[in-house]
Design a protein around this ligand. Structure first.
Ligand code: HEM
Length: 497
């Protein structure tokens, strides 16, 4: 008989066992394992470390019960491969934020991509596909964003204090992410970098977004009383969701007004280079559905692109030699005064490798979630259709089996291939690091996010050298539904001459 090891390499034929044999911490009646989290906020905030401990204590497959819901944690890349290779064209997921799903249901909104399954999801996904996965179209869009990059670099310059530091980098880059999404969604500048009322609106949206992700993270591990009556956390969360939703609706109405104006000037036609995303969506979706899609594209970068950017800048600041190589590359690809666009996106090796390598050092998500649509054998257990699966691969990010010299921050490992890995490791390596998820259900914003990150990092490097003060503690991750920096990174920005 062959056995599967913790490291994910098959070494035995599994003996099939049911769910009840899956190891895991003791679950109590009614609350299940929630009792371990709900009175221990620090455990929730360090959920990524809890996952590591579960893996080390119980092995490659672990069961936890949250209220009436059983979660099967998978830590073996072979199991990740089995789950993802067995997907059909409409994979089922549990929403990242069940709180947002509830808010949208209560507010009679369209639920959006991440909150639907089956035909409804497929229809929404098909509607965005043409725009969000048009690599060349998105590159052209980045040219339209050039002014946004100029403005944020100028604003960064204004906010740098006498120590070379910025008081609130998350807020600063949050405004950039929102302003940049204005071009993507509405083909217009939103004024979030203009020191006026619109900038105040951006600040409110950024704070509200932070609140939503923090509270949703806590509520994920509490008994869901909020589903039955408005608890204090739910009331706060609802208010924050209102700010984000109303802010997006406000911008959308302005975009529609401008679009109608342009149409009236062009005999009822919209020029092909204007309002591309809105035009595409209007062919297939109603206004309620478009609003929710826009809500996602307008604000999702705040909880994903912005923390990623901060972690990228941190990784460059603490690895000066890598930073220098990335800077030399940027200098070569970015002609003086020219827009930093196509060449950087397609030709950069050090900067684009930095983005990938940073996802390994500081992943944004803890799991890829799926609901099984058929029975599967995973780590020797018969897992039935309908089971909630969490694919938790982060535990392998420093595993030498998959990443040679794993503790070394090496952006070019991504362009060097897999030589040196065992055949088994090569077979599953692509399932180990999946920052944007997998298959047809993968992140809808992945091309956009990757492009925006590469361009923003290049711009910052072009103008500034990044230094992390020696007396500062290393940056850590904290779980707020996603993994974000535990504080404002105290990076010093030294102007290049
Ligand atoms: C660093 C940036 C980002 C990361 C790491 C990231 C990561 C992810 C991951 C892991 C998933 C789940 C994929 C799966 O289950 O296989 C996801 C889903 C999704 N993401 Fe992102 N994301 C990022 C930025 C964005 C942005 C900027 C947008 C909006 C423009 C976005 C929109 C979405 C949507 C709509 C889904 C749900 C897709 C579906 O269910 O069909 N993401 N993302």
């Amino acid at each position: 008989m062959k056995e599967k090891s913790f490291t994910g390499i098959i070494s035995f034929t599994p003996k099939k066992m049911g769910l009840k044999h899956i190891p895991g911490p003791t679950a109590l009646p009614v609350v299940g394992n929630l009792y371990q989290y709900m009175f221990n906020k620090s455990k929730i905030l360090k959920y990524h470390e809890v996952l590591q401990q579960l893996y080390e204590k119980y092995g490659p497959i672990v069961r936890e019960t949250f209220g009436n819901k059983t979660i099967i944690h998978l830590f073996d890349p072979v199991d990740a491969k089995t789950v993802l290779d067995n997907e059909d064209k409409r994979p089922f997921v549990v929403p990242l934020q069940e709180t947002t799903l509830l808010y949208r249901k209560k507010s009679d909104m369209s639920l959006g991509l991440g909150n639907t399954n089956g035909e409804e999801w497929y229809r929404l996904r098909s509607a965005i596909k043409g725009f969000m996965f048009d690599f060349y179209g998105l590159r052209s869009l980045s040219v339209k964003k050039d002014g946004v990059f100029d403005d944020i670099i100028a604003k960064l310059g204004d906010e740098i204090d006498e120590n070379g530091q910025v008081k609130d980098l998350r807020m600063l880059f949050g405004k950039w992410a929102l302003e940049s999404s204005g071009i993507t969604c509405f083909d217009r500048r939103l004024g979030y970098l203009d020191s006026g009322d619109m900038e105040k609106l951006a600040e409110k949206i950024i704070e509200a977004n932070k609140e939503v992700f923090y509270l949703s993270g806590l509520l994920k591990f509490s008994f869901p009383f909020y589903k039955y009556f408005p608890t204090p956390k739910w009331i706060k969360l609802e208010k924050a969701e209102d700010v984000i939703t109303n802010g997006t609706k406000f911008q959308m109405e302005k975009a529609y007004d401008e679009m109608y104006e342009v149409m009236s000037e062009n005999r009822g036609e919209i020029p092909s280079d204007r309002f591309e995303f809105l035009t595409e969506l209007r062919k297939k979706l109603n206004k309620k559905e478009i609003t929710t899609i826009m809500l996602s594209v307008h604000t999702d970068g705040l909880s994903t692109i912005v923390p990623s950017l901060l972690f990228n800048l941190y990784c460059l600041a603490i690895n000066p030699e890598i930073q220098e190589k990335a800077y030399q590359e940027v200098k070569k690809l970015m002609a003086e005064g020219a827009p930093a666009t196509k060449e950087i996106i397609s030709q950069s090796m050090w900067v684009s490798g930095t983005v990938k390598e940073t996802f390994r050092f500081f992943p944004i998500g803890t799991e890829i979630a799926r609901i099984l649509k058929k029975d599967l054998v995973l780590s020797g257990h018969n897992i039935p259709e309908g089971s909630n699966i969490h694919i938790n691969m982060n535990v392998h990010f420093f595993n030498e089996q998959y990443f040679r010299n794993a503790r070394v921050f090496n952006p070019v490992r991504w362009s060097e291939g897999l030589s040196g890995l065992s055949e088994d490791a090569k077979r599953v390596r692509k399932y180990v690091l999946m920052p944007f998820g997998a298959n047809i259900r993968s992140c809808a914003g992945r091309l956009l996010a990757d492009q925006d990150l590469i361009l923003m990092i290049s711009r910052v490097l072009y103008h500034y050298q990044l230094v992390y003060p020696e007396n500062e503690k290393p940056l850590q991750q904290v779980f707020n539904t996603l993994l974000v920096p535990d504080r404002n990174p105290p990076i010093r920005f030294i102007k290049r001459s």
